[in-house]
Design a protein around this ligand. Structure first.
Ligand code: NAD
Ligand code: IPM
Ligand code: MN
Length: 361
């Protein structure tokens, strides 16, 4: 029997609740596909800080690096905001994990399930049938650029510094992921940057244009990122694949999540050239609803499905899970974030129950 080694970081806030539902789905995969998941749970984020004084220990990172795929919930929360050294905050643990796994390619698919076309804050006709993919650069840019920090100047006033830096090799490797994804999908790629005000954006545009010569079958266009943000809510179905930097990708993917009905619907896969991928929902730890059985587990479950597809060679199982999500939504099951009149209101665990029933039927 094939055995896969998984490191799981439930994290903080709603993390443990949504990860529990994801793990139930993986148990179904074990039964249905005759595989075994060797699951090692470890600490990441605030819970790791509380236990070890660090948001990610070297041992936990080493364990993650040695696994076949890394699954996580979410990190952070008011308990740690402003109460830990900045470099020890929960979010830094996640950034260290991404950097330590060298997962530079973050795939964030925004797919509108038919049953949720009226759950979006946009008009139904704008989002029905939507299927777009944001390819976000995840290991560079202003998240990691030096110099950074808060300096106190001679006159006693302070300045905050972050630096957007992109080497052309970092741009070309993420551009290639964008082109390859477009080749497998609708053949169209939009590259979003701010080449009108940022040199890093100008270089981004030049490098993406040069890489395009290797992908003559993909139609490339360039869009300034502010216009792109507007176009995503004006006419989202114009997009197939968007490739963009770390910060713009963060913003544009939260925006795109609302096209699907809720932040609780959007999964992600973060991939490196070699080594395990990292799979996490794009949303955060939702402290406002944590511990109340209210969180939507679907983004997490779809993220784990992406792990099956991209890291574990179990694409059929991933497709089955995505289909079960669609069936469950068609049956009317809704967590609070996607609830509408006449639907069946369920909590986190009951949504997991409904999904498992759909998988078993
Ligand atoms: P958030 O994504 O946690 O929540 C934003 C809103 O969306 C909240 O109203 C929340 O209740 C709702 N929401 C999010 N996920 C949901 C789900 N699965 N089901 C139903 N509703 C959901 O963003 P925030 O409030 O800005 O951040 C909270 C904390 O999470 C912060 O500490 C932030 O740094 C952290 N964060 C972590 C990650 C991550 O771990 N990948 C991502 C984003 C934010
Ligand atoms: C995300 C989150 C993270 C990011 C934070 C928590 C570090 O917002 O995964 O989208 O900014 O990348
Ligand atoms: Mn984000």
């Amino acid at each position: 029997m094939t055995t896969y080694n998984l490191t799981v970081f439930p994290g903080d806030g709603i993390g443990p609740e949504i990860v529990d539902q994801g793990l139930r789905v993986l148990e179904w995969v074990e039964e249905a596909y005759g595989v075994k998941f060797d699951i090692h749970t470890d600490l990441l984020g605030g819970i790791s800080y509380d236990t070890h004084g660090l948001p990610l220990t070297e041992a936990a990172l080493a364990k993650a690096q040695a696994s076949d795929a890394v699954l996580m919930g979410s990190v952070g929360g008011p308990k740690w905001d402003g109460k830990t050294d900045y470099d020890k905050r929960p979010e830094q643990g996640l950034l260290n994990l991404r950097k330590g796994l060298n997962v530079f390619a973050n795939l964030r698919p925004a797919y509108c399930f038919d049953a949720l076309a009226d759950a979006s804050s946009l008009k139904k006709e704008l989002v029905a049938g939507l299927d777009m993919l944001i390819v976000r650069e995840l290991a560079g840019g202003v998240y990691f650029g030096e110099p950074r920090g808060i300096n106190t100047l001679e006159d006693g006033t302070r300045e905050g510094i972050n630096t957007q830096r992109y080497h052309e090799s970092e741009i070309s490797r993420i551009a290639r992921v964008g082109f390859e994804m477009a080749q497998k999908r609708g053949g169209r790629l939009v590259s979003a940057e701010k080449s009108n005000v940022m040199e890093s954006g100008l270089l981004w545009r030049e490098v993406v244009t040069a890489v395009a010569t290797d992908y003559p079958d993909v139609e490339l266009s360039h869009m300034l990122a502010d216009n792109c943000a507007m176009q995503i809510v004006r006419a989202p179905k114009q997009f197939d694949v968007i490739v963009t930097d770390n910060l713009f990708g963060d913003l544009l993917s939260d925006e795109a999540a609302m096209l699907t009905g809720s932040l609780g619907m959007l999964p992600s896969a973060s991939l490196s050239d070699e080594g395990p991928g990292l799979y996490e929902p794009i949303h955060g730890s939702a402290p406002d609803i944590a511990g109340q059985d209210l969180a939507n587990p679907i983004a997490t479950i779809l993220s784990f499905a992406m792990a099956l597809r991209y890291s574990l060679n179990l694409g059929d199982a991933a497709t089955a899970i995505e289909h079960a999500v669609s069936v469950t939504l068609d049956q009317g099951y809704r967590t609070a974030d996607i609830m509408s009149e006449g639907m069946k209101s369920v909590g986190t665990k009951a949504m997991g129950d409904a999904l498992l029933a759909a998988l078993r039927s």
